[in-house]
Design a protein around this ligand. Structure first.
Ligand code: GLA
Length: 393
């Protein structure tokens, strides 16, 4: 982590002859509650010890100078002309500027050099981290006085409107609001949230990265959203008080959706069940019953794979590898799906051996080695280093 920060600092000083403000914006895991956020449901994410670091400074002119160190690419533009372009990574940054401008806030020209250790396309929300880091940094540089939840919404809208992915609010919320040693129980309708202590004595969060990049995900993701809305429309014909799947019950689905559209039915049933699983799972954790919580994770995977159909053979294989293992309390695919990571709750002493055996099996079956991360919870977006203002003296 220090080498990333030092590298940014050095590159920044070489290019702009000043010391930057440095922001850390973490990725996230989600223990349970998948594809529920955009249905006004519940999620249980945490910010983790993998992050994007951004060196930033305000400019005297209207220019935007961006450098993506890990991609070895740069971009120059103007705050007076924010437009889409083919450098995909710039959209997460320009999208935030666009949203700030739409909110009537004044953003001047700025420099931004960033780098990090969140693996891209692994479902750990590197894009949300980038959006949140930029929102936080611009808020500091231009004294916009936005509170954190407001910045979360700006980051999400940037992704919805500028990048074109109709994501929910979970990833941005987790990156911005995370707290070390806590998971966030978030109600995505009211945005009420509580920090629940992670009390999993002797258990760590292990992520197996399938190394399947989830590039197909965005179109399928948007389709799932539409299917959920279709289900709601069918229910509303009889129960107009149902606004989203959050308000729906299994009985309503059986009565009004099952015969009309079996695919939409399976999608919606998964979501209704997942919301219930999350609430019951939070009770498990409060009681310290990690084993029971873990069983719910396996049930979530089953639903995501068979009914919501956002898994892939590689993710299913990784779950099959650990199912029934006495030291793996729970596991499931995590995030939007079609690739990325599985999240596993594993007894600490069993981790090295598990990594060895799963990697071997995965390599034999899939012809590639999974990457493995042991995730720790961390604080949300924060300033790592204030900008040195005395440079001109
Ligand atoms: C992606 C989206 C989130 C959420 C998850 C699925 O990570 O960005 O908003 O919908 O998928 O739970």
């Amino acid at each position: 982590m220090h080498s990333i920060i030092n590298n940014i600092q050095q590159k920044f000083e070489e290019k702009f002859q000043e010391r930057p403000l440095i922001i850390r914006a973490p990725g996230r895991v989600n223990l349970i509650g998948e594809h529920t956020d955009y249905n006004d449901g519940f999620v249980l994410p945490a910010a983790i010890n993998k992050a994007i670091y951004l060196g930033m400074s305000a400019r005297q002119d209207d220019r935007i100078e961006l450098v993506a160190v890990d991609l070895n690419e740069s971009y120059t533009g103007s705050v007076n002309n924010i437009e889409q372009n083919n450098q995909h990574w710039t959209l997460y940054i320009l999208g935030v500027v666009d949203q700030l401008q739409k909110a009537g806030l004044k953003v001047g020209g700025f420099n931004c050099i960033f780098s990090g250790d969140i693996p891209l396309g692994a479902g750990l929300s590197s894009s949300a981290a980038l959006e949140c880091g930029v929102a936080f940094g611009l808020n500091e540089l231009f004294s916009l006085e936005l509170d954190k939840v407001h910045m979360v919404k700006i980051a999400q809208c940037a992704e919805n409107e500028f990048v074109g992915v109709q994501c929910g609010i979970m990833d941005q919320f987790a990156s911005m609001m995370g707290k070390k040693n806590f998971v966030i129980q978030l109600d995505c309708r009211s945005l009420d949230y509580s920090y629940n202590p992670i009390e999993m004595e002797g258990v760590d969060i292990v992520l197996f990265d399938s190394c399947v990049s989830h590039s197909l995900a965005s179109s399928e993701y948007n389709t799932r959203r539409q299917q959920c809305e279709q289900g709601v429309q069918l229910i509303r014909q009889k129960y107009p008080e149902v606004k989203t799947l959050r308000d729906a019950t299994q009985e309503m689905l059986d009565e009004l959706v099952k015969d009309q559209d079996p695919v939409v039915y399976r999608r919606c049933r998964y979501v209704v069940q997942e919301n219930r699983r999350l609430l019951e799972g939070c009770e498990d954790l409060r009681r310290g019953d990690v084993a029971s919580f873990g069983q719910k994770m396996f049930a979530t995977h089953d639903g995501l794979s068979k009914n919501y159909e956002v898994s892939c053979p590689e993710l299913d294989f990784l779950i099959d590898c650990v199912k029934g293992h006495p030291d793996v309390l729970g596991a499931r695919m995590m995030g939007g799906g079609f690739g990325g990571c599985t999240i596993n709750l594993v007894r600490k002493e069993a981790i090295p051996e598990l990594i060895r055996s799963v990697s071997q099996k995965y390599e034999a079956a899939m012809g590639k080695t999974p990457k493995v991360y042991v995730a720790e919870t961390e604080a949300g977006v924060s300033v790592v280093q204030q900008q040195e203002t005395a440079a001109a003296d």
